[in-house]
Design a protein around this ligand. Sequence first.
Ligand SMILES: Nc1ncnc2c1ncn2[C@@H]1O[C@H](COP(=O)(O)OP(=O)(O)O)[C@@H](O)[C@H]1O
Ligand SMILES: [Mg+2]
Length: 411
Amino acid sequence: MERDVRRIIEDELRRPTLFKNRESLAPEYVPDALPYRDEELRSLASYFRHLVTDPGSIAQRVLVTGGLGTGKTTLVRMFATGFTHVARERGVSLDYIHVNCYRSRTLFSIVHDAASQLGLTTPSRGFSPREIVDMILSFLEENDRYAIMVLDDFHYFASVVGRESVYFIARMHEAGDGSRRLNLVFISANTSTTGFFDPVTESYLDRHVVRLQPYSSSQLLGILRYRARLAFQDDAYDEEALEFIAEYEGVDKNGEGNARHALTTLLVAGDIAEREGARRLTVEHVRKAISRLSREIERVSDAIRYSPLHELLLLLSIVRLLRRRNVKGVEMGEVEEEYRLLCNTYGETPRRHTQLYEYVRNLRRLGIVDTTVKNVENRGRTTIISIPYGPLEELEKYLDALIWRKKDVEY
Ligand SMILES: Nc1ncnc2c1ncn2[C@@H]1O[C@H](COP(=O)(O)OP(=O)(O)O)[C@@H](O)[C@H]1O
Ligand SMILES: [Mg+2]
């Protein structure tokens, strides 16, 4: 081997790394403790105590609300896992079902997902949602089991389906034999009153609600300290860097109080520090991370994490075209062409026009793209697609990584 080549490789290998466990800053990571949420955990336990003291007495329904990154998903996961465990110790067979409404977008896929989490095999067509729910209820009844079913990011489902589907979910436990065995937790990001349930359900949920407040700077500092200890080597970061993020994000300092954003900022700052070959993560790295991260892209990344592969490919085509042309909006026809080229590079068979339109509609509902219709001379009407925020460079990187990850899972 060339001497220089070896020297560079060895240098790189010797270079100290700041991270000890980078994964522990990822949004998917489930921490083993959830500081500052004891009261909320207690409320949940009290709403569901009947499952242990008097199982089958009622079918509980609870609403958990709060802004993005206030810990809704983590809180409910932790509660349901822990509660299931405790109930089983006391002889109650309790199952925990977690349905993500960004992933399961229709009534059918929600109940189908719930059934398969219970281990029921239901064919993916040929049954109505009602029939599948009945199967779930009689399964619970026949086996003397109970379930807590969580509908995460339910506001998204409510915004894309009709009222009847929302009513159906809210009341699906009411018919049939096992009607008091299925308990529901709705998680919604809307902080004001939900407004999408029927009046009776609405007023019930109003009395059975857990509201998560945005985090203050000092709470965020506590969270950041805890996660930084897991993620970085000892002495690899300045305490001031954590303080800087906590103050930037804390609701008392006009931030959003979003823990996810705070943790992602720390992760990106760590990556920047590593790439620069720094020995410690400092405030300057945090400043760079903040300027690189756009809030909207953070929000978008949450919404598209579960999008189907081809919806992502279509979005990536939009992003690439917008960047290359450096324009505000691009025509649907051009996007489709770009998409077909992209499919080629990724080794995918392109989807048809009607399906692509459906993806665009969905991306618009998610607030990721905007569309307008324009009359074009001699060509009739055409749809113009735009992305009214930025920078798109980060979004493109994120999409590309997400697409490869999805392809890995598929094959
Ligand atoms: N009290 C807390 N302590 C530690 N980590 C937290 C806390 N609240 C939120 N987090 C972290 O912040 C991130 C966002 O939480 P999440 O539950 O996904 O929020 P939401 O569902 O409300 O958007 C996760 O990585 C989670 O681990
Ligand atoms: Mg969530």
